[in-house]
Design a protein around this ligand. Sequence first.
Ligand code: PDD
Length: 287
Amino acid sequence: MAEALLHCLLNGAIVATSDARISPLDRGFLFGDGVYEVVPAYNGKPFRLEAHFERLLFGLDALEIVNPYPRARWAALVHELIAANGGGDMGIYLQVARGAGKGRDFLPEPHIKPTVFGFCWRLATPKPELLRRGISAAMLEDIRWQRCDIKTVALVGPVMLKIEAKRRGADEAILVRGDRLAEGSSSAVFVVKEGRIATPPASHERLPSITRLVVGDVLDALGLLLDVREVRRDELFAADEIWIASSTREALAVALLDGKAVGRGKPGPVWRRVFDEFQKLKQREAS
Ligand code: PDD
């Protein structure tokens, strides 16, 4: 549970989270009209912040919302938020909604002032038990929209998918569109077969994951190749290993898919190497 820490960011100021207020006419609330980012921070230092800003700006541009701050101001606010909450390892949420209009109109009124909200929570390292056993996933048809490359706050699709995955006893939903792998409900997905690692390419069907780039760097450091190509649904059931990756979970091994063992039914050797190298890379960048 990502319990919010005491201080948050609202429209350029650090305020007590319990005192933060926005208008119920905010279009983020009424329409899910906004974008967000989740940035991990290690040792008080945001990890791959530039890449997260790039994606935030891409999303703002796609929704035609004016970026409220220059890059340096954004970075300063993120650092203020981290400092106000005592640093350490944390997840940082940043949201830019289009803002509040005079009422409810699908078409945005011109010159609305965006609402900027940020908060953070303590990021726990994955429990040894989870690393030893791996996670479980359910394969579900992707019910989301056609622009999953935009990190919009309209997340009711993934919420429904997470509820369904939980009902099936799984920790994550792995989404397919017909015969093809899309992504996880909140993660990028990798498959390994006979030592070859694959992940699907960037498209409107999936979020350009920052952790996927980090895993790419990790694989480079290990001298392992990554095939970027479409992955078929049956490849998931035949895989030796499946991993999911996200900013808050790093890279985790999937041991069970729809209740069936993935490979030997426990985290595999390629994942282990990736996980260990990931930790080293994190420590290097955070020091
Ligand atoms: N979600 N795909 C989807 C649909 C996601 O929601 C996420 C992350 C990812 C992984 O992206 P990244 O590596 O940049 O975190 C892929 C975040 C963590 C969230 O919404 O909480």
